[in-house]
Design a protein around this ligand. Sequence first.
Ligand SMILES: [Ca+2]
Length: 335
Amino acid sequence: MGKTVWIRMGLACVAAMCAGGMAQASPGRFVPETQPGLAANYVGDQGIASDPDVIFTEDFEEGSVDAVVSRWENIMGKAIMSLDADAPAASAGSHSLLMTEVPGGSNGAHLYRRLLPGYNQLYVRFYTKFDLDGYYNHHFVWLGGYNPSTSWPQGGAGTKPAGNERFTVGVEPSGNRWKWDFYTYWMEMRSGADLNYWGNDFINDPTLAVQRGKWICAELMVKLNDPVTEYNGEQQIWIDGQSWERDGQITSHVGPGYPHGHWVWDSFQTNPADPPFEGMRWRMDEALKINFLWLENYITDADRETKVWFDDVVVAKRYIGPMGQSTGVRTPSPE
Ligand SMILES: [Ca+2]
């Protein structure tokens, strides 16, 4: 290697360190989840629907879009849905759901259904893929609750829930920032600088980047506060079976006493030197439960064709994790 190349590499490294230093105290990093995921027991998700802790699955293997949507209660943008042969490598199935937004088209698409009778803790794991050059979406995949439950998504953008009627928790690419974060509405949420209540974010780390052009395994957990006077609720995100750590603390898991940080309007800024987070008081009424799943790809004003795929959705009462591998040496899951 020539001297010139070394000098160029050195300058590039210095530039990268400076950029990182301005953004955060230390680089964030993935930390593998240590608890066993139930998906490890079902190679390619085969048979996972019969697991006693699983309450809903959607693998898009029904054979037609009509057959898929018949399993959901509220559908938007069916015209841009198709079943596609692109599927996660580990999947036992051969098709995924593809939503293809075109310029001048509708505002994306969604599938919504209730999860009755309602639960105090749920996990949703799904595989998704964004095409490399697609336009960004505004909202993505949600777990939430309505009291009483409804067979359609109620909305509520810009307003704070009262605590007895709704909450919603999104795992999202954060619009055109392409970083994974929460987007959360609940009774204790903070307002934005415009004094409206938009979804609150918590991770705020541009290095937790959404990798486009490949299948990603995302998982979201919501645990309600119980009793309803307490702040002991939680929310958690995993990407490819991993949590996100920054400055020595896990920032993708939010609950009573963790992580440490402070609010800047509606964005929680993690910092180990700050006070501990108070925990999630999702509700003030026991009748408010987690009772819906909303797979949404909400896009407006797309200036180019934009494809988003979904596959292998599982909702369960415990951690699901990525699919067990269908080839090669499989690591036995701890029992
Ligand atoms: Ca599939």
